[in-house]
Design a protein around this ligand. Structure first.
Ligand code: HEG
Length: 147
């Protein structure tokens, strides 16, 4: 059971109320597909992912980036039961989509990078620590079905 301090709870609350899900989701998923091209294999029906410009302009990438951020929002709203919140999502990724769970960590780190670039100076080390703790719990919960 993960414990959250008041500072961690309020930092996550602020962060999720401040960031633009559409922008962060699109930027993060697009960056993931460019930086780690093997992740493209799960999105075979997304059409043109031929190069970085195509990925940036791909509407399905943008839509799915938003879906991922909405998933994270659910976790942020259920900090005391992220595992339970992601039970079905973990089953989906493992048994239906067959996503290699190592990719969850890669996307989580890219989300951290994009959030850092959006927040600028307000992305302090303390804020980074909270976001990374949160994303580690998310990654672990998504990986639960694989354990
Ligand atoms: Mg996943 C579907 C969340 C990482 C590949 N992902 C989904 C859905 C959510 C979600 C909420 C929709 C589920 C539904 O329709 O019921 N994904 C999610 C999170 C994270 C993550 C929160 C980690 C931060 N996903 C992830 C990674 C890959 C991946 C790393 C592959 C590299 N997700 C994936 C695919 C689908 C989803 C292929 C189905 C997309 C579709 O069919 O439109």
């Amino acid at each position: 059971m993960v414990e959250w301090t008041d500072f961690e709870r309020s930092t996550l609350h602020n962060l999720f109320s401040k960031i633009d899900y559409e922008f962060v989701g699109q930027q993060a998923l697009a960056r993931c597909l460019v930086v780690y091209p093997w992740t493209q294999r799960y999105f075979g029906d997304f059409g043109n992912l031929y190069n970085a410009a195509a990925i940036q302009g791909n509407a399905k990438v943008a839509a799915h980036g938003l879906t991922v951020m909405r998933g994270l929002e659910q976790a942020a709203k259920n900090l005391d039961d992220i595992k339970g919140t992601f039970t079905e999502l973990s089953v989906l990724h493992s048994e239906k989509l067959n996503v290699d769970p190592g990719n969850f960590r890669l996307l989580a780190d890219i989300i951290t990078i994009v959030v850092a670039s959006v927040l600028g100076a307000s992305f302090t080390a303390e804020v980074q620590a909270v976001l990374q703790k949160f994303l580690s719990v998310v990654v672990s919960a998504l990986g639960k079905q694989y354990h």
